[in-house]
Design a protein around this ligand. Structure first.
Ligand code: SF4
Ligand code: SF4
Length: 499
């Protein structure tokens, strides 16, 4: 349900000379007092700088999305050569040179935190530009609108078609063509996502020969279905009602953030203008509604900053075109900061401030998380060892007076091959080691690929050494990979009666 606003919008509030807009008149509908039915939104095609930037970003995003699963990287025998692969079967994420195991999911969490902080910083600088240019929802909605335009024409033709009776043949074949094209786009783009989860060339061949697993087909149709529904049918409603970001982003914005702004000090009082008429005593806005017609969110930016606005800049292009036609300066609608808007309404200017406490904070935390992740990656091991001493009893006196401690040694082999490991203990004189749970009772301990193995190790010292050993002696377990020589040391203690 959309709120019924009681206040004057931000841009009209503080800027002298601005028109006060009665939003209740806009949002109140006596037929639907509790909700507003979705108005049909058919954005018109505009040409201009921001539309071109959007095309370019869309091209780059799609190119990355399509090409990424096909990039090969030789990682050695037995390891997938797909540069970017979410390998659920082996619980690994391959990200070019990085190999992240399920147990190391904190790296993925760290990367998500980085993305969030990056988004915070960008939003503090220029509002929801991510939403307006690069978000997959925006990219797919744009593609779907292109297909719609091909079958049904631009905005006016689409609105005419909407009014045509449902039995109209012209309407039927155009709608059928549109939805069929959307489904094909959904299959070929949303469906492409499955190549990120399995070896892409193999899966493509299996899909073509109908030999892929049923899960691959289910995943493909689920992804395609979401693309069709979100990009084709729901469009801006996903951004307005489903995505949490519009509600959160307000916390990152301040008076210096660049936002799409209608310069009401310049545009008001608005009204139609005939060629040759004077511009004296009136604003530059000719009330042509072209900024509204171009808006994919269906809003009127002249009402001020709104939750639905994705900062795509298409209303700027639409308005610039009108300003060129009527011979007035461009940028009646532009990216501007609220502080500058207020200053300009008083005939002054304030420079745009990139460096502010909040941008410093977001960048600082971003760099800190980057450093932590890089440190972790630089010290990442492919062998993990955990040594837990027995708690009950702490030690046992064996026949002959020797002292024995028991330990559980867990070895996690993260490699894609079986490896064998030696175990040794330092810090005690003449320690005797015996093992439970190993074939033959002696190391090496064989651990399967991507598996963990627990071995019970008993450490015994003779009576004469026990008499010289303190009640708690520091010792070090060393686990050594016999294949590649990797060593991991773990500190623990050896308990006894004391000297
Ligand atoms: S108001 Fe302008 S910037 Fe905001 S969504 Fe609409 S066209 Fe894009
Ligand atoms: S496109 Fe420009 S001139 Fe036309 S209504 Fe919008 S702000 Fe006014």
């Amino acid at each position: 349900m959309r709120e019924q606003y009681d206040e004057t919008p931000l841009s009209s509030q503080a800027v002298p000379g601005a028109t006060r807009v009665d939003e209740r008149a806009i949002y109140h509908d006596p037929k639907h007092p509790f909700y507003i039915p979705r108005p049909p939104i058919h954005p018109k095609l505009v040409r201009g700088k921001f539309r071109n930037i959007k095309w370019a970003v869309m091209f780059v995003m799609l190119a990355v999305y399509y090409v990424l699963p096909w990039i090969r990287l030789d990682r050695g025998p037995g390891i997938p050569d797909q540069a970017f692969l979410l390998d659920f079967a082996h619980q690994r994420l391959y990200l070019f040179g990085l190999e992240i195991w399920a147990q190391e999911f904190y790296y993925v969490t760290g990367m998500l935190v980085l993305s969030g902080l990056g988004l915070f910083a960008v939003t503090a600088l220029a509002g929801r530009v991510w939403c307006g240019y690069a978000c997959p929802q925006t990219v797919w909605t744009d593609i779907m609108i292109v297909a719609e335009r091909i079958w049904q024409g631009d905005r006016n033709a689409r609105l005419r078609l909407l009014k045509a009776p449902w039995w109209s043949f012209n309407k039927a074949w155009r709608l059928a063509g549109t939805h069929l094209t959307w489904m094909l786009i959904a299959l070929s783009t949303g469906g492409w996502f499955v190549f990120y989860f399995q070896d892409a060339p193999t899966l493509a061949s299996e899909l073509l020969h109908n030999t892929a697993s049923k899960y691959a087909y289910i995943a493909l149709f689920i992804c395609a279905g979401f693309t069709y529904v979100f990009g084709g049918l729901m469009r801006e409603q996903v951004c307005t009602y489903m995505c949490p970001w519009p509600r959160i982003q307000g916390a990152m914005i301040d008076g210096d953030t660049l936002l799409i702004t209608y310069r009401n000090y310049r545009g008001e009082p608005r009204g139609p203008h005939k060629k040759g008429e004077s511009w004296e005593g009136r604003g530059d806005c000719v009330d042509c509604d072209q900024c509204v017609a171009a808006c994919p969110a269906g809003i009127d930016i002249r009402h001020g900053a709104q939750l639905e606005c994705i900062q795509c800049g298409l209303c700027i292009d639409a308005c610039d075109e009108i300003m060129d036609k009527v011979g007035r300066p461009r940028k009646l609608v532009a990216y501007d900061s609220y502080n500058n808007l207020v200053a300009q309404s008083q005939g002054e200017r304030v420079p745009y401030r990139f460096i502010r406490p909040r941008t410093i904070l977001y960048t600082g935390v971003f760099l800190l998380v980057c450093a932590v992740i890089l440190f972790g990656l630089a010290h990442k091991t492919v062998l993990e060892v955990n040594v837990v001493p027995d708690r009950n009893p702490l030690f046992v006196q064996v026949s002959g007076g020797g002292i024995r401690n028991g330990y559980i040694v867990r070895i996690l082999n993260k490699k894609l091959a079986v490896h064998k490991f030696e175990i040794s203990v330092a810090g005690l004189k003449q320690p005797g080691l015996s093992y439970v749970g190993i074939e033959g009772g002696e190391p090496p301990v064989e651990v399967k690929s991507d598996d963990v193995r627990a071995v019970k190790v008993f450490v015994t010292i003779p009576a004469e050494e026990a008499a010289k050993t303190p009640a708690s002696a520091d010792i070090v377990f060393t686990v050594r990979d016999t294949v590649d020589g990797t060593e991991v040391k773990r500190n623990t203690t050896f308990k006894g009666p004391g000297q």
